[in-house]
Design a protein around this ligand. Structure first.
Ligand code: ASP
Length: 335
């Protein structure tokens, strides 16, 4: 029987209403008791709970480290992992784990739900049961078929670092606009084997992150000469328009040059959730070409942000940072 660790972090899936009617996380025992079908699965489930179940909007890099350490401590004892997580920051956590645990050879499937597990119309049961089924699937050599960090939600298995939360009120809460679903579960389960990520290198666990990453979102009307240049920024993510465009403004250029003088690496990431940054495509990207800017290519915003934090945590030289940021480490971008 496959042994799968079930790591409970909190989220709507395990919430109930408190005395004042607000949704708040329950302890783990109360959650698993509400899914009797888990006992029917031919899987040996090892329950693990993080120190405090949280609403995932309280997620922090310190909790990503706790999660990574939990996975690391169980790596040789189990065949895979299912993580219960709130949907709000699930995509960020998926990115973090995919960059902090490289060379993964076992499935890490993150799931949650839009309605708590005890509610009659809940989506929790299907999400949880299918997440376990994917975590327990094996290949012809009896190794885990999935060997990467995924999000399972509403009949789709998505690469975690390609997904983002698209809806707060539909069951179909996640989307992966730049990479197809790895698997779909309907009456039949279909897995796109050719899309699955298979690591080449050895297991490499990074537990240091550096949060000195800034974000500036461009919008018509932004007053560029009032933008502060923050000294602690090691990386600045610039959320540009469309294919990576920005206005041709001398004040904006001055801002970028000051950021660069500060030693900050600037990353061009688009506000569009689908498609890629294409430097130099439009004349309107010419301002950006005057600084040594990195392109986030077709990474999600979540992926670019968390990847910057994890790479900064490694204390790389600027050259190595630039090279790793623009290379696919865990299938997060199209090389
Ligand atoms: N606020 C909740 C959370 O992210 C929402 C959810 O789980 O769907 O923890």
């Amino acid at each position: 029987m496959r042994k799968i660790a079930l790591i409970y972090t909190g989220g709507t899936i395990g919430m109930r209403r408190n005395d004042v009617g607000k949704l708040t996380p329950m302890e783990f025992g109360a959650v698993s008791d509400k899914v009797p079908s888990l006992k029917l699965l031919p899987i040996d489930i090892i329950p693990v709970a993080l120190s405090h179940p949280i609403d995932s909007s309280e997620m922090t890099p310190a909790i990503w480290v706790e999660l990574t350490e939990t996975i690391e401590s169980l790596m040789d004892q189990v065949d895979g992992f299912v993580i219960l997580h709130g949907t709000d920051t699930m995509a960020y956590t998926a990115c973090a784990l995919s960059f902090m645990i490289q060379g993964l050879r076992k499935p890490v499937i993150i799931t949650g739900s839009q309605l708590p597990v005890g509610v009659l119309r809940t989506d929790a049961i299907e999400n949880l049961v299918s997440a376990f089924e994917f975590a327990a699937m094996v290949d012809e050599n009896d190794n885990g078929l999935i060997q990467e960090v995924c999000i399972y939600f509403e009949y789709q298995l998505l690469r975690g670092n390609r997904a983002y939360k698209r809806s707060s009120n539909e069951f179909d809460a996640f989307s992966s606009p730049n990479f197809p679903a790895l698997a779909e579960s309907g009456v039949k389960v279909t897995v796109a084997n050719e899309l699955l990520w298979k690591s080449k290198g050895p297991l490499l666990i990074q537990k240091k992150l550096n949060q000195e990453v800034g974000v500036v979102t461009l919008y018509p009307g932004l007053v560029y000469d009032q933008l502060p240049v923050l000294k602690h920024w090691k990386v600045l993510l610039l959320r540009t328009f469309g294919a990576g465009n920005a206005p041709r403004s001398s004040q904006f250029l001055k801002f970028l040059q000051e950021v660069e003088k500060n030693g900050t690496i600037i990353v061009n990431t688009s506000q569009c959730v689908s498609g890629s940054v294409v430097p130099g495509l439009y004349d309107s990207s010419s301002t950006l070409e005057q600084v040594n800017m990195l392109s986030a290519n077709d990474m999600t915003f979540e992926s670019a942000l968390v990847k910057a934090m994890v790479l900064l945590g490694q204390g790389l030289s600027e050259e190595d940072f630039r090279s790793k940021f623009t290379t696919s480490l865990s299938g997060e971008l199209t090389d």
